[in-house]
Design a protein around this ligand. Structure first.
Ligand code: NDP
Length: 248
């Protein structure tokens, strides 16, 4: 009680590391109940133990967002076991950077199925209930890469462009019914994101970029997300672009 999000139920996808994990911690510290979803169950269990030790009500969800049925089930279990769903943070994502020429198109399928379709499945599963209750937040984690395309990032750019278009269209559809749709667009954040890049040159170039500046920490982005969802009902923070100061 007294904390900004007490009584609210939140669900964070991709909560097993990086921005998602930091966001779950920030939402819990603000008093929310937190459902945490990802594929690595061991990471989620460890996070759940930490949060419960501080008195937070936690639900762990075995969630692969590329599986539509799993997305529906995650939302249904959150409503059933935590008593509702007020805030959905669509954070799960992969960044498999690389040139288009010579790309392994499996990278493209993974990015589009996770960053785009996964976010859409989660949103679709959650949005009806939010419209019915006349309130709710969907926070979609896009990127600077959703606003500025660069060579070597084409399909990641395309995936985040899709997130921005989907979010703005949905915003217009539901905002007069009390549901807020927001975009958070980070620049370089020190997380595990670059570990999964399959093109060796792209991986090295990307990892170098993080060492040539002081990057954001996951918690810096979590604070932006907390700001978005802590506003009074008449205030919709539609978009937040957060870069490391040293990032051009
Ligand atoms: P991490 O790699 O640390 O975290 C990614 C998270 O997504 C993990 O928890 C991972 O969990 C989860 N995930 C990946 N695929 C799936 C899936 N199919 N189903 C469910 N969960 C999945 O990276 P970040 O924290 O950096 O990334 C979070 C978001 O932030 C992404 O959308 C990314 O595009 C965005 N972003 C990151 C930036 C950065 O510089 N780091 C900059 C701009 C945006 P698991 O593997 O256990 O399923």
């Amino acid at each position: 009680a007294g904390r900004p999000l007490s009584g609210r139920v939140t669900l964070v996808t991709g909560a097993s590391s990086g921005i998602g994990e930091a966001t779950a911690v920030a939402l819990a510290q603000a008093g929310a109940a937190v459902a945490i979803g990802a594929r690595r169950a061991d990471r989620l269990t460890a996070l759940a133990d930490r949060l419960r030790a501080d008195g937070t009500c936690v639900l762990t969800l075995d969630l692969d967002v590329t599986d539509e049925a799993a997305c529906r089930d995650a939302v249904a279990r959150t409503r059933a076991e935590l008593g509702g769903l007020d805030v959905l943070v669509n954070n799960a994502g992969v960044m498999l950077l690389g040139t288009i020429v010579g790309a392994d198109v499996e990278d493209w399928r993974r990015m589009l199925s996770t960053n785009v379709l996964g976010l859409m499945y989660m949103t679709h599963a959650a949005i009806d209930g939010m419209v019915e209750q006349g309130s709710g937040d969907v926070v979609n984690i896009s990127s600077v890469a959703g606003r500025t395309a660069r060579k070597g990032a084409g399909v990641y750019n395309a995936s985040k462009w899709a997130v921005n278009a989907f979010s703005e269209s949905l915003r217009q559809e539901v905002t007069t019914r009390g549901v807020r749709i927001s975009l958070v667009e980070p620049g370089a954040v020190a997380t595990e994101l670059t570990d999964h890049i399959t093109q060796p040159d792209a991986k090295a170039a990307s990892q170098r970029m993080y060492t040539e500046m002081t990057p954001l920490q996951a918690d810096d982005v979590a604070r932006a997300i907390l700001y978005v969802v802590s506003q009074p009902p008449h205030v919709a923070v539609n978009e937040v672009l957060v870069r490391p100061t040293e990032q051009e």
